[in-house]
Design a protein around this ligand. Structure first.
Ligand code: C2E
Ligand code: C2E
Ligand code: C2E
Length: 91
């Protein structure tokens, strides 16, 4: 099954993100709002983002991508399966 070898999609849980109340999540909330605006994709409970956007976010947060993914998993914004997206890139 070729699909099994593809990296998992990075799907942000927007409900969890909105309810975090974490000051540290503010840059991610702004980034997500910008993508929603560019796509015209509002009212979604989740948002799929690009692998490239994870790299950009890791620069914004000044964290290694793998550390940022772990943080987002801890917050419940990403599924634990998302860690494989990092493994896939050999980070
Ligand atoms: P763009 O990158 O020139 O993409 C134009 C259109 O191609 C998008 O319109 C979308 O319909 C399609 N498209 C491009 N890449 C993908 C993809 O990986 N998956 C899917 N399903 N469709 C894709 P859309 O969605 O209206 O986005 C308009 C513009 O907003 C994009 O132009 C891009 O500049 C920006 N944008 C939207 N979503 C993202 C995102 O997740 N990350 C970043 N960095 N930019 C985004
Ligand atoms: P999927 O990518 O696993 O997404 C499952 C469901 O999560 C989607 O059901 C949608 O309700 C939600 N979802 C995921 N990402 C986003 C997002 O960025 N914005 C919003 N608003 N919702 C999101 P849906 O729409 O019925 O799509 C079912 C499946 O159809 C998707 O599974 C995907 O495999 C495919 N699909 C839908 N739209 C696109 C697309 O623009 N490009 C590609 N390549 N596949 C798509
Ligand atoms: P997806 O739509 O299932 O696309 C999976 C991967 O196929 C993307 O991973 C990207 O590598 C490639 N791909 C799909 N469409 C295009 C395209 O028009 N141009 C290019 N250059 N590559 C494309 P990526 O970039 O990591 O994106 C992951 C998911 O994020 C996409 O899954 C889609 O759900 C969402 N996404 C990313 N960019 C956009 C966008 O511009 N608009 C929308 N509506 N969704 C996007």
């Amino acid at each position: 099954n070729a699909a099994a070898e593809l990296p998992p999609k990075l799907i942000l849980n927007l409900e969890v993100l909105q309810n975090l109340g974490e000051d540290k999540a503010a840059p991610l909330m702004r980034y997500v709002a910008a993508i929603q605006s560019q796509r015209g994709d509002y009212n979604g409970r989740v948002l799929s983002i690009r692998q490239d956007d994870l790299r950009t976010l890791s620069v914004i947060f000044d964290l290694q991508p793998s550390v940022l993914v772990d943080q987002l998993i801890e917050w419940g914004v990403l599924d634990a399966d998302a860690r494989r997206a990092i493994d896939f890139e050999g980070d």
